[in-house]
Structure formats: structure tokens, C-alpha cells
Design a protein around this ligand. Structure first.
Ligand code: CU
Length: 68
């Protein structure tokens, strides 16, 4: 397992945290997701054989947020 952090722009409330968490969790190979609204950050634990950071960025952007 590997851990990576995404800096996310555009989250304003608990609903945003939920949707970001949800889209990241849906990606096969993602083991855990922790999203901090205060820090504008998502911490993703994933299996690098199944998932890669480019997918995380795309999923968050598809949900309507920016990855910086
Ligand atoms: Cu929101």
C-alpha cells in the first residue's frame, strides 16, 4: 500500500467532503480515504498495482473540484 495526499480546492462544507470521499473510494484499489475540509486535503491509501494518482486527480476534478 502507498499513501498520497491531494490538495483540493473548492470544498466548502461537509457535503463536499462526502462527495470527494465517495468518488475516491469508488476507484478500485483504494483502501482508505480521509478528507480534511480545514486543510483542503485528501489522504488516500491505495494499492499501486491497481490505482494511480492520475485517477485520483481525474475523479476529484470530475466531481467539480480542483486539484492543485
Ligand atoms: Cu459543499
Amino acid at each position: 500500500m502507498e499513501t498520497m495526499q491531494l490538495n483540493i480546492k473548492g470544498m466548502t462544507c461537509g457535503g463536499c467532503v462526502k462527495s470527494v470521499t465517495g468518488v475516491l473510494h469508488k476507484i478500485p484499489g483504494v483502501a482508505s480515504v480521509e478528507v480534511s475540509l480545514e486543510q483542503n486535503r485528501a489522504t488516500v491509501v491505495y494499492n499501486p498495482a491497481q490505482a494511480n494518482p492520475a485517477q485520483f486527480k481525474a475523479a476529484v476534478e470530475d466531481a467539480g473540484y480542483d486539484v492543485v
